[in-house]
Design a binder for this molecule. Structure first.
Ligand SMILES: CC(C)(COP(=O)(O)OP(=O)(O)OC[C@H]1O[C@@H](n2cnc3c(N)ncnc32)[C@H](O)[C@@H]1OP(=O)(O)O)[C@@H](O)C(=O)NCCC(=O)NCCS
Length: 149
């Protein structure tokens, strides 16, 4: 889960232009757009929880958690895949909501293939998978299986 390159705020048009296939949920505070969450379907029963962002002035008020839970509710019939480098997402959201942390090599094949296809725009796949001992060091991967694969 991450902000796309160049995405600096909660600008819906900008977000959509980077991510035309994402399903977006927004949250408002003080009549202002305060944040967005987005997911993308893939495979047979899978969705990536792809983005969660709250504008800095609205952080720490429970809005991120509310968007997280609203998105999980929308995905309650799907298997969910999350990548995050943010300890709040890891500890206060994914692990506390019974997601299982996995290394890249422990992920289901459908998810591995999807991940590599997504990252191909940004990096060389060979570089991504060249080391079986310390692959994907900067990301934590999480899955929650609600539906039989
Ligand atoms: C991650 C993010 C969405 C969290 O949103 P938020 O509205 O600030 O989070 P909440 O106020 O709902 O807090 C959620 C939990 O994290 C905890 N938390 C929030 N900010 C924290 C901080 N700075 N340090 C430690 N814990 C924190 C809260 O106490 C809460 O814990 P609880 O559910 O056990 O009570 C927000 O910080 C953000 O947009 N960050 C930048 C974008 C980003 O990194 N997105 C994730 C990409 S991987």
């Amino acid at each position: 889960m991450q902000a796309e390159p160049g995405f600096t705020g909660v600008d819906l048009d900008e977000y959509r232009s980077y991510n035309p296939s994402h399903n977006i949920t927004t949250i408002r505070a003080d009549k202002e757009l305060a944040g967005l969450a987005a997911h993308k379907d893939f495979g047979k029963n899978w969705a990536e929880f792809a983005t969660l962002i709250i504008l800095s002035k609205f952080r720490g008020q429970g809005l991120g958690k509310r968007l997280w839970q609203e998105t999980l509710h929308q995905l309650s019939y799907k298997n969910i895949f999350v990548i995050s480098a943010n300890p709040i997402v890891k500890n206060r959201m994914a692990l506390s909501d019974n997601f299982r942390q996995r290394t890249f090599w422990q992920l289901p094949r459908t998810v591995q293939g999807y991940f590599i296809r997504q990252k191909v725009r940004w990096r060389n796949v060979k570089e991504l998978i060249s080391s079986r001992t310390a692959p994907m060091g900067e990301f934590d991967f999480f899955v929650k299986t609600n539906h039989k694969e």
